[in-house]
Design a protein around this ligand. Structure first.
Ligand SMILES: [Zn+2]
Ligand SMILES: [Zn+2]
Length: 1018
């Protein structure tokens, strides 16, 4: 006997029970262990951060990470998989800052880095329990008991080892670059982060006059005017929206090929681009000369001008720009403020003369490098406060803007001042306006390996494929060196020590190496490699004997996660064999935003360290939106919590939805309702088939041991077995190609065929069949379908698969493995595939479904027989096989005649409802004769009587008497089809009169007519 199966099932409860079973029996661990010695299959788990509860997008990634290792395990692969936690980084720090109410880096340092970091350490594992619970709940099998954690000393030490090996190859350097800098958070933002924070801003829009040194005119074609110029000052007119950068100005840029006009006014001359003269507007000025941009620019020639704010007067250093080192320039009257040419000068707005401050803009910085410009930066500190002795010192840069305007105005250097609304980048975390700021930063020279990064990518299989040469390929083609240092606290410390005296730098690759340094102090008590402890380790400079101290930076947390192939094993310090056995990974999977995050950092580090890519296959998941296609966000209150769906529909339903609703790379919508639809459409269809089987198998005392004894199965059984073996074949192929969507959809089709064709057309074979052989064939066929199906779906929906297996297989086979997840994946038996038969019946199924759709268009009841159905097929073979199976079509569609044609003049029957799909057209004749009408009526009456029997609570085998009162048509058909009605309803008599006392009666409306029907036990 099978355990009875109720058609009312609570999947969520069933799953909880199965989780308990797996844990008790250590099924996951055993599924891995028993394959030891098999070919290996490696998953790298992209580590999440556990400082918040997991969301539905994490569920998406985790179920995709789960399905292929499960599948490979059933295929005989040894697939241990280990979870990881990403624990460092700014988001973690910001959370702690919020909790402690700290507002700046200064406040963090006053609070104490040690205490601050210990808070970060605690916070980052705060939600590990939630993550573990969710992981169990969704059936994601991964070792969470021995995870790798990026804050472990061993993990950090491997990161040091990697950095050192890159250092030895000359791939690490420090350089000044302009980076978007948040003055509140005190650190640079990546370009990806900047993109998150653009907003409207109201800023000054000002035209400023830069006074030309008269002597510089001599080297230009304007020499002719030289004497005139002595009588009135000459200015270059520039435009800016960031007045606070003006003290940093060290050059003005012009477009070399553009024309510039000299405008003479009452008191001065102004020079600007001719093309923009009218746009700016010059009342009281007239053009007196013209000149090309290239003629007023250049080193040693061209115009030079006086600085608006000479840094030396305000106690600020001006530095030279030499080979990434900023050399301090001595104060000198003759320091140059030149005009340069640049290709970024716009003729769309401004004046065609661009104020250039190399410390505060990316293009300015590049121009500085190209033109060997000087560099004034230090009047703004990293908090954005003005330093030095300027009248506006002590102000935040944006607050200094109006004071700078006043100052320029008072000196007659402000031509015009307006306001402008434009987009400006703000910090996406704290909403502070970002400053573009030249800072020293540490770089990994990824560009040195660019070709190998690109050729390595060619060896990787991307799903979807277009990411490979699209998003990811583009990213590699436009590769820039990786700015990997962060001026923060909670991160892997950058292992570079610098001599305080002679500035000699050394990179340290291990704790042991540090310990062996001459004169080392503070390393013995170093039980935590984080700041501030590591900062206390000093040693003697081998060049000069000075004190070596660690530089203050920590590293980008993307470096940590990208280092996981090595660092998860503390390679090369221990477990070398574990690293080797798991490199490269067969499979990784994360969301598409990781092309620039984890996918990149993994690929870059592996290529730089080993020369090889470290993953072979990658699924790149699209984002999840709400039901309406909107982004989920807390403010919109449209976030779906995983628990809410898991507790109602269950994990299998969520998994199935994730796999089959759309290919993994697509954006997908998600809601409780969409998952409930999966339950209805797929899981319950499967469950009801299973429940049907168990119910009748128990009644008939079916013994699964007799499976092999059935020969000469009927056509219907051969067909479904043929379908089953084709299914095994196509599902295996799809999963081998990392196509869970294709596999799932094939399975869905099969389950639909099994339930809505095989079982429905076989129903009477199970409960009425007198023919033992036929009955046995039906049972064994359905049984075989169900147990095979359970195995096929096991990697996708592991819970329901286990449930079926435990009831259908385990009690009857003492040698069967204890769990379905310890069994082998089914192999297709292609000898059972009868393609001709499959094609033929699939055609019948298709035609029937199109026929039903055509019927539905006419709003006729299914019970109303119709005269004719016309099918236009595509080939002669289709015609032949459809004609051979005509009875099935007629039966299913409740039609009298089937006519199959290869070409069909539609205009012949313009009124017949028709449905077409892929060249297959089905139309039905909806003209109903009196004969058909009567037949429809009698079928309707039978249906109503049967319903009454059920409502009256009669047993299925009880004989009855039926009483009826209705119009003449009811009387006519009851008399004419009396035999049929009696047989179908087990009525001994059909009586046209009022029902007697005690009869179960209900008045009915049939086709608008009132009919009284009553039944009574006979
Ligand atoms: Zn910020
Ligand atoms: Zn030294």
């Amino acid at each position: 006997m099978f355990q009875p199966v109720s058609s009312k099932v609570n999947f969520s409860e069933l799953e909880q029970r199965i989780i308990g079973f797996w844990q008790e029996k250590r099924v996951f661990e055993r599924s891995v262990e028993q394959r030891l010695g098999g070919p290996s299959y490696v998953l790298y788990d992209g580590p999440p951060t556990a400082n918040a509860s997991p969301g539905i997008h994490h569920v998406l990634a985790r179920v995709f990470k789960d399905v292929f290792p499960r599948y490979k395990t059933m295929k005989g692969y040894y697939a241990p998989r280990r979870a990881g936690w990403d624990t460092h980084g700014l988001p973690v720090e910001l959370e702690v800052e919020r909790e402690l109410g700290l507002k700046s880096k200064r406040e963090i340092e006053e609070y104490g880095i040690a205490e601050f970091n210990s808070r970060c350490r605690k916070n980052v594992l705060k939600y590990v329990k939630d993550w573990e619970k969710l992981t169990d709940r969704i059936g994601f099998w991964i070792d969470m008991k021995h995870p790798y954690v990026t804050f472990d000393n061993g993990y950090i030490e491997t990161c040091w080892w990697i950095i050192k090996s890159l250092w030895d190859k000359g791939l690490i350097y420090q350089s000044y670059r302009v980076t978007p800098h948040c003055p509140r958070c005190g650190t640079s933002l990546s370009s990806h982060e900047v993109a998150l924070g653009y907003d409207e801003a109201d800023d000054p829009s000002i035209y400023i006059k830069f006074k030309i040194k008269p002597s510089s005119v001599e080297t230009t074609p304007l020499e002719l005017f030289f004497n005139k110029f002595l009588s009135k000052p000459v200015y270059l007119l520039a435009w800016t929206t960031t007045p606070w950068t003006l003290p940093g100005n060290t050059a003005l840029a012009v477009a070399p090929d553009a024309d510039y006009s000299v405008m003479e006014g009452k008191n001065d001359y102004l020079i600007m681009a001719s093309a923009l003269v009218n746009k700016v507007g010059f009342e009281g000025y007239r053009e007196v000369a013209g000149v090309k941009g290239s003629e007023i620019a250049g080193k040693g020639k061209g115009l030079r001008y006086e600085p608006l704010f000479d840094p030396h007067r305000f106690g600020v250093e001006r530095r030279g720009f030499r080979k990434n080192l900023l050399v301090v320039q001595e104060a000198d009257e003759n320091l140059d403020y030149p005009v340069i040419t640049a290709d970024f000068v716009s003729m769309e707005d401004g004046t065609g003369i661009v104020h250039t401050a190399p410390a505060f803009g990316e293009v300015d910085f590049e121009a500085g490098g190209d033109n060997d410009l000087d560099f004034v930066r230090d009047y703004v500190d990293l908090q954005g406060m003005i330093q030095g002795t300027y009248p506006f010192a002590g102000e935040f840069v944006k607050d200094a803007d109006p004071m700078i305007l006043d100052d320029l105005k008072s000196r007659g250097l402000l031509y015009r001042s307006e306001r402008i609304r434009h987009t400006y980048p703000f910090c996406w975390r704290c909403n502070t306006p970002l400053l573009y700021y030249a800072k020293p930063s540490w770089y990994i020279k990824t560009t040195a390996m660019k070709d190998r990064l690109i050729s390595g990518n060619a060896e990787i299989n991307w799903y979807p494929e277009y990411i490979k040469y699209g998003r990811f390929g583009d990213w590699l083609n436009n590769n820039v060196d990786w700015a990997f240092s962060r001026e923060r606290y909670w991160g892997t410390p950058l292992p570079v020590w610098r001599c305080e005296s002679c500035k000699h730098d050394e990179c340290i690759g291990s704790v042991k190496e540090l310990r062996q340094k001459k004169g080392v102090e503070g390393v013995d008590k170093l039980s935590d490699l984080h700041r501030p402890y590591v900062d206390g380790v000093t040693y003697s400079c081998l060049k000069c004997g000075g004190e070596m101290r660690r530089v203050p930076e920590v590293i980008d947390c993307w470096f940590d996660s990208g280092a996981m192939p090595f660092a998860q094993w503390h390679y090369p310090f221990e477990s070398q064999h574990l690293f080797k056995a798991s490199f490269p990974a067969d499979y990784i999977c994360e969301a598409v935003d990781q092309t620039r995050g984890w996918f990149y950092s993994l690929h870059a580090l592996s290529t730089l360290v080993t020369g090889q890519p470290c993953f072979r296959n990658v699924i790149c998941l699209g984002h999840i939106l709400d039901q309406a296609g909107e982004k989920m966000s807390k403010s919109k209150k449209n976030v779906v919590k995983p628990e809410d769906v898991l507790s109602t529909s269950g994990a299998d339903a969520v998994r199935w939805y994730m796999y089959t609703s759309s290919p993994p790379g697509n954006v997908r919508r998600f809601s409780k309702e969409l998952v409930e639809e999966v339950v209805r459409k797929f899981l319950l269809t499967l469950w009801n088939t299973y429940s049907f089987f168990v119910t009748y198998a128990n009644i008939d005392k079916f013994d699964p041991g007799t499976v092999a004894n059935v020969e000469h199965r009927p056509e219907l059984d051969r067909w479904i077995l043929s379908e089953l073996n084709q299914l095994k074949d196509s599902v295996t192929r799809a999963l081998d190609e990392y196509d869970a969507t294709g596999a799932g959809r094939k399975i869905e089709e099969f389950v639909d065929n099994l339930s809505n064709w095989y079982v429905r057309r076989s129903r009477r074979r199970f409960w009425k069949s007198e023919n033992d052989v036929d009955k046995q064939s039906a049972y064994t066929t359905l049984y075989q379908c169900l147990i095979t199906l359970a195995k096929l779906i096991a990697p996708l929906t592991p819970f329901i698969a286990e449930e079926l297996y435990q009831n259908l297989v385990r009690p009857f086979d003492k040698d069967a493995p204890e769990s379905i997840h310890l069994t082998d994946y089914p192999l297709a038996d292609l000898s059972q595939v009868d393609e001709k038969l499959s094609t033929a019946i699939n055609l019948v199924v298709k035609v029937t479904s199109l026929g039903r759709a055509a019927r539905a268009k006419s709003n006729l009841k299914v019970r109303q027989p119709l005269a004719k159905v016309l099918v236009k097929v595509r080939t002669e073979d289709e015609k032949a096989s459809l004609e051979q199976m005509a009875s099935q079509v007629l039966d299913e569609l409740n039609v009298k005649v089937l006519s199959v044609v290869e070409s069909l003049p539609v205009e012949q029957h313009p009124d017949w409802p028709a449905v077409e799909e892929g060249g297959l057209l089905v139309m039905v004749d909806t003209e109903i004769s009196q004969e058909l009408l009567d037949e429809g009526l009698v079928r309707e009456l039978v249906h109503r009587i049967q319903t009454l029997r059920k409502q009256a609570g009669f047993d299925i085998a009880d004989h009855i008497e039926t009483y009826y009162e209705g119009g003449p048509s009811v009387k006519r058909v009851m008399e004419r089809f009396a035999q049929y009605v009696k047989q179908e309803t087990l009525s001994r008599r059909l009586v046209e009169e009022k029902p007697p006392e005690g009869a179960f009666s209900k008045s009915q409306v049939i086709d608008g007519n009132k009919v009284n029907l009553a039944v009574k036990k006979s």
